[in-house]
Design a protein around this ligand. Sequence first.
Ligand code: CDP
Ligand code: MG
Length: 733
Amino acid sequence: MASQNDNHDVAQQLRPRCALLSRHKLRRTARQQVVVVRDHCVQRGVGERWMKDGGIKETDPLAMADTDYAGSMLASAYKPPSLLPIAKYRDKLLYTIETFPVTVLIGQTGSGKTTQLPQYLEQAGWCDGGKVVAVTQPRRVAATSVATRVAEEVRCDIGQEVGYSIRFEDLTSEKTRIKFLTDGLLLREALVDPLLSRYSVIMVDEAHERSLSTDILLGVLKKIRKKRPELRIVVSSATLQAEDFLNFFTDTAEAHDTSSPPGGSQGRIFHLGGRMYPVDIQYLEQPAEDYVERTLKTVFDIHSTEAEGDILVFLTGREEIDHVVEEIATRSQELHHQSQKLQPLPLYAGLSSDQQMYVFEPATPNTRKVVVATNIAEASVTIDGIVYVIDCGYVKLRAYSPSTGIETLTATPVSKASATQRAGRAGRTKPGKCFRIYTSSDYATLHEATPPEVQRSNLAPIILQLKALGIDNVARFDFLTSPPAELMVRALELLYSLGALDDYARLTKPLGSRMAELSIEPFMAKVLLVAPEFGCLSEMLSIAAMASLQGAVWFSHDGEKKASESARRKFAAEEGDHLTLLNVYQAFITKGKKDAGWCRNNYLNFKSMTRAVSIRNQLRRYLERFGIDVSESLAPSALRVGGPDIGEKIRRCLTTGLFSQAARMQPDGTFKTVNGGTTLHAHPSSLMFNRKADWVIFQEAMETGTKIFIRDVTKIEKAWLLEYAPSFYKVKQ
Ligand code: CDP
Ligand code: MG
């Protein structure tokens, strides 16, 4: 063990400060490095394999005892990347990417696709001449965490040679050569640079997730490819849908010629072999009444009966996860007789980058780590040391009903493909166990794969984007899977009613094109763009910024629910959640900005609030660029939403964007949608919970169990719906 560490130390000394150095610099020290790496590998018992089967085959055109190879192997501060499955395919992979415009890369999670391939590409010269390698992720949290990891591996500060860009957070610079970004953001970049010309290679990662933006991005890339034959596209996936992706890109006469391999001269499928250890799958004998409670019990069962190894728990969302993390913390205090402690850690999209990073750190000695995660841990991120997986059997999926126009996030049974992927997380480094909180007969009824998002989402945002990219006939857009016609029609109607499209379904100018450019949902973009007409732009900027935090405003300290609720009441505005958010923002600006203690006392999340300030500034800059006058006096006296006047202006203005999500309160305190078909409940976090109202608009609907809850709810007048959305609502004669 000691000698291994010694070797690692030598490696550390020899390691270039940043692996993104020019090739000749690497070569200078290569000879020494090769020696060290070989020693290191021999120590780990893999020396032979490395030498015999190091991916360097005589037939490979790029085969050579490549000195860069040695350089890159030393670049990790952690497990040497040379031990990752991808390492031995490095040269072959580079050859394939060089030779074929499209490569579909298949490999198990943790093989090194996301963190290693971009580095290989950079080392092979794909960033020469200022070009950039882009790696897209469906999730923001994955983009930030892998970027941070790669920056650490190449030893640069994040934002320098390696950076990331997600909505409202751009950590890149002129120097950035490897850029991680969400697929939605890359689509947005195409608005400014239609051929995405600064990128030499675009890796569409986690394509198997089939997120809405991934699908659309693939369609857009297919178009771009025709004009930029030199562009290299890598579609990477953890599951075996490879052929669909390859056929999508290479569906030509040549590809149909059975004498040539699939993909013809245009593309190839590249499989990364990879070892998986066996995973013992255990089912319940009887269905669980409450899967959350059963999950908790399973955590403690594993802890008391199973050997060492961390636990990864899959649950559906933030609320469940926070609850389970809290419960594990509380209940494990009673375990003092046990020598090993439990360390529960949450992982979901709303966490800050720092909070996420804890998950990747090894557990403190004599502690078993329990990572409680959403689907994000299924394939997007890899956590080392996991031996046990608990799969609750559900995932929160977006579902959009074109008839009610309500998009819900609903806990839905996972697909078989997901369940397999989840179980696989237990067998990465040694044999593991997966506990499914459902029965084997439940498993048999699951769908094979999750339907792609494009078939179950509100398409309005994406259609707006496509229109702005000049793709006017969206029905003929090359979708990987076509959306149902009714979703398309509904989206067009909605955009028309918002004023983004004209009678011929063309983008209106300037409203429609500006809406597309603003990086927020179409309804909020509309609201901001018309706010000057209502005289409430400053307020609306604050509301838009606060609303984009998606509920991360409040901090709920363990067991202090009552106190936090009474703190919230201080900011409550009678008219609803949006005005309450505005009160919070304004109070923060005047009292809490420099005082984290003030936030704590008011149960506000200081980091989120600071983020809201930054988002607001970014939105303001967008509007300035459009030539909209955003000068505002932020004098404290003007900040309070006291008079009925400004409140009404804001509510009217919100109605111009949110008219399609309107509901009316019933005598029993529930709400009904305008067509009367759907019952909605105010979410307990909403100000409208247990309060009287008549007509309201709401921003978000989510389905939990059998109920649909609405959040960010604001009171309006019925007449406003007709006034601001005459084409959407008709009065019954
Ligand atoms: O993309 P793929 O699933 O093939 O693998 P990867 O994300 O490139 O991960 C390769 C290795 O890097 C794994 O062993 C991870 O444990 C490690 N890694 C990490 O420790 N922390 C991260 N934030 C990302 C990756
Ligand atoms: Mg990956």
